[in-house]
Design a protein around this ligand. Structure first.
Ligand SMILES: [Zn+2]
Length: 248
């Protein structure tokens, strides 16, 4: 039997059982195991890890655990990385932090992100395989409420959404990915994530409810599903929520 000690930092403790939170964990095993598998067996999904130190040396996910190892596990930082001499980068830098794919539990968050102008794939019937594959192939950040999905090796960029309330979730994601500065409403379709373009009122007036045609003059239409959007009462509510998030 081999023994190692794990110290898990900051909000990665979220994934540990109550007994294990916020203190060194002694772990025993008797088979050949990679550090990635062992940490994931404790509960922490690999996409949320920024730095792994074993006996004060930075190692990658394939490191094979040795008897007596002293392991320190650091979370993905929000805006700066954990400095360390000869640091091994576990997760490659992402080119664009504003493209997402969301699991089936996060429909409301998907609408909010699209409303803010972020390219957000969502379907209420996305199978896990496809979520992992598309996230990987299109370099999209996978947002999920399924820790098991984040542990799949195909998933490179991913995050477990902590909050349960949709508004709190929007706050959480906006802060984590520093989205506030990039907000651009009327860019993506709330319904299908297609691109929106401006349309002349005259071209679509026969498709509008009478009162809408009377009160509004600026319209956008989806390239894909042809849904029409304008700054109506729905938009006002959304804008209020956005301002709330941006003020924070
Ligand atoms: Zn659409």
């Amino acid at each position: 039997m081999y023994t190692a000690t794990f110290t898990i930092y900051d909000d990665l403790n979220f994934f540990l059982s109550r007994k294990q939170k916020n203190k060194p964990i002694t772990h025993q095993w008797d088979w050949k195991a990679s550090i990635k598998d062992m940490i994931e067996s404790l509960g922490v999904p690999h996409p949320e890890i920024d730095l792994l130190l074993v006996n004060d040396v930075s190692v990658d996910f394939d490191y094979i655990m040795q008897d007596g190892d002293d392991v320190h596990v650091y979370p993905m930082p929000y805006y700066q990385t954990h400095p360390h001499d000869n640091k091994i980068q576990l997760i490659p830098e992402i080119n664009d932090r504003s493209r997402f794919i969301l699991d089936t539990h996060l429909g409301r968050l998907a609408s909010y992100l699209r409303m803010m102008g972020f390219d957000t794939l969502y379907r209420n019937d996305y199978p896990d395989d496809e979520l992992a594959e598309v996230s990987n192939a299109e370099e999209r950040i996978l947002l999920t409420r399924d820790v098991g999905l984040l542990k799949r090796s195909l998933v490179v960029h991913g995050y477990y959404v902590r909050n349960t309330n949709p508004r709190e979730r929007l706050h959480e994601i906006t802060e984590r990915y520093n989205l506030a500065e990039q907000v651009e409403p009327f860019k993506f379709c709330l319904r299908c994530n297609g691109n929106l373009h401006e349309v002349d009122k005259a071209d679509i007036i026969d498709q509008l409810p009478e009162r809408t045609a009377e009160f509004y003059d600026a319209f956008h239409q989806c390239d894909s599903c042809e849904q029409i959007f304008w700054k109506g009462s729905h938009y006002d509510r959304m804008e209020k929520l956005l301002n709330e998030v941006l003020e924070k």
